[in-house]
Design a protein around this ligand. Structure first.
Ligand code: SDX
Length: 431
């Protein structure tokens, strides 16, 4: 970052402090408060980090007002249309679009790491059959450090690279096996002759009893969904990965922490919650009732798949997802899918309602994704695992970026303490 030589002046308790202002290549200037506590003896207070930059990064940039999402400078709508997920993975990991030779080498390396240590199957079998796939995936990914110990030394660049490839390569297998386990079907092994998205669909839907032909249109839609979820600046789960990594934790433990955070319905769990909400609404005539509930401060109900901390305009991913939903459902001959009709009417009514307009609430990435995934045959419990699969490259890219910064240190926020001041212990007979 460039020091702008501009400063922000803080006057406190009769003292004046000049704080450096740093300028980004895009987005707002940043006031550097790293020395504030040492100089002024005060903390800043920003629970939820609404006005706080936790790090510097060169990977992804979001312009919330314009509704723009850039990965290494390339707009998400262009990547979704012209690129494919493993090429986007290369871009996020290494900073530039690959040449044909680089892409072929990268895809070969990922393909050769898609198998999972055979003994890890015992982990899956330790869960109840009705365990949520996210519970299984958190456990299995966390346990990877016990099976892939030769890529856990974060100070070895080669081990960091191997761990990165292993995570990206094995998540589809782990997610597919979590699904298979939950429906009592045998695990299906990856195949090296299939592309990344086709391999995942086959591992989810093939059975030993008959051949499974991957529908190329569904594979393309699956690949696009992976791309649309790949990375998103310092969202809650990525920040979790960075904080876990700052203590020196191994990459698999850090990714497991990110998966656990993503599961929440305010974050990656919203795609499952959104589809369940659309099903609960059921018919278009019940939409006004739910919009009123979402506006009612006394009702905890929120429109799932709506709103975003950063986007105060359309989430560009939601636009692409909506187009993809139309394509996939038309292909499957279910364009009159009632859930899609409710979603489109709900979006129309919400976007014309003063409450949503004033609060700048638009559909986000989770609003349409569930409709496509359900049409592909996935149960709602697999929606967030697919988000986690897609976001693994973003977590890993941000993890690598943080570790490559020699100045990085353990994250240790302070607090605004509102508890009791010092007092002496009182024996029980005197209480
Ligand atoms: C993801 O951070 C990322 O980048 C995340 C993500 C990624 O790719 O990593 O984009 C993925 O997590 C998308 C978001 C998925 N979550 C949902 O769809 C759940 C529903 N959305 C909300 O819970 C909410 O919009 C959040 C959590 C997404 C954002 O919340 P903020 O930024 O903390 O905003 P807020 O809660 O302060 O809301 C501002 C106002 C509030 O009203 P007031 O208190 O000011 O009167 O808007 C209201 C909220 O009540 N509001 C909603 C609403 N979202 C916000 N009201 C009704 N329905 C909603 N969905």
């Amino acid at each position: 970052m460039k020091d702008t030589l501009k400063t922000a002046t803080l006057t406190l308790n009769g003292q004046t402090y000049e704080l450096p202002v740093l300028s980004p290549t895009a987005g707002p200037d940043v006031i550097d408060i790293r020395k504030l506590y040492a100089q002024a003896g005060v903390f800043t207070y920003d629970p939820g980090f609404t006005s706080t930059a936790s790090c510097d990064s060169t990977i992804t940039f979001i312009d919330g007002d314009k509704g723009e999402l850039l990965h290494r400078g390339y707009p998400i709508d262009q990547l979704a249309e012209k690129s494919h997920y493993l090429e986007v993975c290369y871009l996020l990991l290494y900073g530039e679009l690959p040449t044909a030779a680089q892409l072929e080498d990268f895809e070969t390396r990922v393909t050769r790491h898609t198998m999972v240590h055979e003994q890890m199957q015992n982990f899956f079998r330790g869960f109840r059959r009705d365990a949520h796939p996210m519970a299984i995936i958190v456990g299995v990914v966390g346990a990877m450090s016990a099976f892939y110990h030769d890529s856990t030394d974060i100070n070895d660049p080669w081990q960091r690279e191997v761990a990165s490839i292993r995570m990206i390569a094995k998540m589809p297998t782990i997610c597919a096996w979590a699904y298979k386990y939950s429906i009592g079907q045998p695990f299906v092994y990856p195949r090296n002759d299939l592309d990344y998205a086709s391999n995942f669909l086959r591992m989810c839907f093939a059975v030993p009893a008959e051949e499974y032909e991957v529908n190329p249109i569904l594979a393309r839609a699956m690949d696009r969904i992976f791309t649309l979820h790949a990375d998103h600046e310092q969202n809650a789960s990525t920040s979790t990965v960075r904080l876990a990594s700052s203590s020196g934790a191994n990459p698999f433990a850090c990714i497991a922490a990110g998966i656990a955070c993503l599961w929440g319905p305010a974050h990656g769990g919203a795609n499952q919650a959104c589809l369940e909400m659309l099903r609960e609404i059921g018919t278009v005539d019940r939409i006004p009732e739910y919009i009123e509930r979402a506006k009612d401060k006394n009702d905890p109900f929120r429109l799932m798949g709506f709103g975003h901390r950063v986007y105060k305009n359309f989430d560009p991913r939601a636009k692409v997802m909506k187009q993809s939903a139309d394509e996939v459902l038309e292909l499957l001959g279910i364009e009159d899918n009632p859930t899609l009709q409710v979603a489109k009417e709900l979006e129309k009514q919400a976007l014309s309602d003063p409450y949503f307009i004033e609060k700048k609430l638009f559909p986000n990435v989770d609003f349409y994704s569930g409709i496509i995934l359900e049409a592909m045959g996935f149960p709602t419990s697999m929606f967030t695992p697919i988000f986690a699969l897609s976001r693994t490259v973003g977590w890993i890219s941000q993890w690598k970026e943080q570790l490559s910064d020699p100045a990085h240190k353990i994250g240790r926020p302070r607090q605004l303490y509102l508890g009791e001041t010092r007092r002496d212990y009182v024996d029980i007979e005197n209480r």
